[in-house]
Ligand binder design. Structure first.
Ligand code: AMP
Ligand code: MN
Ligand code: MN
Ligand code: MN
Length: 291
């Protein structure tokens, strides 16, 4: 199909190289089966799955954009910045992500100590067993372990009871700086996108500061239609994209068939008045030339 007619782009999801449960190849197949026309794998703080994802997509004729979702700390809050169309081998990006992953092990050990104090022993070892990539141990792996061992009925319940601010397994963490993450993405030839802005608990002023600082650092896009947004969020961030002249992105944030409410390729289309971020990334889509 002519890329200018693409509507079903899914530019946000996770494999077992971060905190998803499927291999990159299985995600490519699932995206294709669900009618996705342009796909990106965006593992947290990690590009280790990019070559596999691109190859798998190429093998089944699924147009692909490289991606990553970078954890940053802004105004004391964790914010996620998605990079699309990046060169996954660019040294600044590779080093920046390695530094961002650093500290996850230590944080996990501290989380485990917090959980031990409320009678949940050995959670570090338990969570590590679920991590497909030991450098990328995340709260999600703790959540899976606590469900498996019967402490909670769902990963959402684990987060609510144990893993969010004020709960025993929560450890304050300092991630990358907003400007650094945007620069790594831009230097690697990609476009930086604010992930699921509707999820952050910012005041109106803090949110405005996030968007203006992001733009000042060279950020160009915002996720409007994502699995983390309500339909009210779709409308709100569509308006923000127009007002602030940002490109719009769309992605399920799919992690797992068992856990994710939104499957790959199943969200509504972007509102027609927005400019899709992929229009600015056509020269980076693989397989190039099959348009
Ligand atoms: P981390 O990067 O280790 O802090 O883990 C963040 C990840 O936890 C997110 O990317 C989500 O996949 C997952 N997560 C965050 N909040 C929740 C929640 N309330 N329920 C389920 N998963 C969540
Ligand atoms: Mn995640
Ligand atoms: Mn995220
Ligand atoms: Mn995500």
């Amino acid at each position: 199909m002519n890329p200018s007619a693409w509507t079903n782009a899914d530019l946000h999801c996770h494999s077992c190289v971060s905190d998803g449960t499927l291999e990159p190849e299985a995600l490519a197949e699932r995206a294709k089966a669900n009618g996705v026309e342009l796909w990106a794998l965006t593992d947290h703080d990690e590009i280790g799955g990019q070559h596999r994802a691109r190859q798998a997509a190429q093998a089944i004729g699924l147009p692909y954009l490289t991606g990553a979702e970078i954890s940053v700390t802004f105004a004391g809050v964790t914010v996620h910045i998605v990079g699309l169309g990046i060169d996954p081998d660019h040294p600044a990006l590779v080093q920046g992500l390695a530094a961002t992953r650093d500290g996850r092990i230590l944080r996990a050990q501290e989380m485990s100590a917090g959980l031990a104090q409320v009678g949940i022993p050995d959670a570090f070892e338990g969570a590590l067993n679920y991590a497909g990539n030991p450098e990328l141990i995340s709260r999600t792996h703790f959540a899976r372990y606590l469900v498996e061992t019967g402490y909670c009925a769902s990963t959402h319940e684990v987060f609510r009871k144990y893993l969010v601010e004020g709960k025993p397994g929560f450890i304050e963490h300092r991630w990358a700086k907003l400007g650094d993450a945007v620069n790594w993405i831009t230097q690697a030839g990609g476009i930086a996108v604010i992930a699921h802005p509707g999820r952050y608990k910012f005041t109106v002023n803090e949110e405005f500061a996030l968007f203006t600082e992001f733009k000042a650092h060279g950020g160009l896009g915002v996720e409007v239609v994502t699995g983390s947004h309500t339909s009210a969020d779709f409308a709100k961030y569509a308006d923000m994209a127009i007002e602030l002249d940002l490109l719009a992105s769309r992605g399920s944030d799919f992690h797992s068939p068992e856990e994710s409410r939104t499957d790959l390729g199943t969200l509504p289309a972007l509102p027609a008045r927005l400019t899709p971020v992929w229009e600015a990334l056509m020269d980076r889509v693989q397989p190039a030339g099959q348009h």
